[in-house]
Design a binder for this molecule. Structure first.
Ligand code: PEP
Ligand code: MG
Length: 293
């Protein structure tokens, strides 16, 4: 069985009808990229960069981040690497960053909301990403986008960083794609509109499910409500994929659902272009996708 799966390592996954589907890996630490390569990943679909910020005494510097992003991009060569900007807050805290006391941290000051407020922190990461972009096929995505303005404001800060780098004589690539995570129901509902502005979507089902069904993803007590196959969740996923395609953009998924063997068939049928999951699930997912129409 394991040997059968290993044969799929270097195969580009297509459905029976010939549609190309990318199967990528999720990583937290830069070294995790090696496991994705070992397991035949077509790329990195989610690099959760908050792990670079955690378990330490102070912020990672621009150079430290640059080295981490460069490492992953170089290892993947021409293959796409989707790096998500800092998604701190909610369940993830940093010892050196004072956060407000909130009744509902998952509905509060986190991810892009924090970054657009603390542009000093955000710019260090964006500069590191831009500088690393010359070493591979970089795509950057912003987490927890709820409206177009957040994306446009983020892009403005990217432009500021580009201007700074140019003035300093530092290189960056103009081929970076800029996308958003769809993990708030409002964004899924507005997907066709958002798709006019972004280069791609990646659906974050872990949060999308909790917000759609109002069921905390960390709570055992309500976990029976947390259902990836709830028709409301499925509709939002379909709207997101259709919205992307209506504007000629691609749509991936990087939440746990992408690696869920019972969900893959439905997602292929909806036209999902990219699945991103933990490295250990990649080969099995390739096999399942190849058996779909
Ligand atoms: C998600 O919400 O599905 C996701 C991929 O992001 P995280 O699990 O890091 O919140
Ligand atoms: Mg999320």
């Amino acid at each position: 069985e394991k040997e059968e799966l290993m044969k799929l390592r270097d195969i580009k996954t297509r459905t029976k009808s010939g549609k190309r589907v990318e199967v990528a890996g999720n990583i937290g630490k830069p070294e995790d990229v090696l496991k994705v390569i070992e397991n035949g990943g077509d790329g990195i679909g989610l690099f959760r960069t908050e792990f670079l910020y955690m378990d330490r005494e102070e912020m990672p510097t621009e150079d430290e981040q640059y080295e981490s992003y460069k490492f992953v991009l170089e290892k993947m060569g021409e293959k796409p690497v989707v790096i998500r900007t800092l998604d701190i807050g909610g369940d993830k805290k940093l010892p050196y960053l004072v956060m407000p006391e909130e009744m509902n941290p998952f509905l509060g000051y986190r991810a892009i909301r924090l970054c657009l407020d603390r542009t000093d922190i955000f710019k260090i990461q964006l500069r590191a990403l831009l500088r690393a972009s010359v070493f591979g096929n970089l795509k950057v995505m912003f987490p927890m986008i709820s409206s177009l303005d957040e994306f446009l404001d983020s892009k403005k800060i990217v432009d500021e960083c580009k201007a700074e780098l140019k003035a300093e004589g530092k290189e960056y690539s103009e081929n970076v794609e800029w996308g958003i995570m769809i993990e708030i129901p409002a964004a899924a509902v507005m997907a066709d509109e958002l798709a006019k502005y972004v280069d791609f979507f990646s659906i974050g089902t872990n949060d999308l499910i909790q917000y759609t069904l109002a069921a905390d993803r960390m709570s055992e007590k309500v976990s029976y409500l947390y259902d990836p196959m709830h028709p409301a969740v499925l509709r939002l996923i379909k709207m997101t994929i259709d919205g992307a395609h209506s504007q000629g953009k691609w749509c991936g998924m990087c939440g746990e659902m992408a690696g869920d063997e019972t969900a893959i068939s439905t997602l292929v049928r909806y036209g999902l272009d990219e699945f991103s999951m933990s490295a250990s699930s990649i080969l099995r997912a390739k096999q399942l996708i190849m058996n779909e129409e």
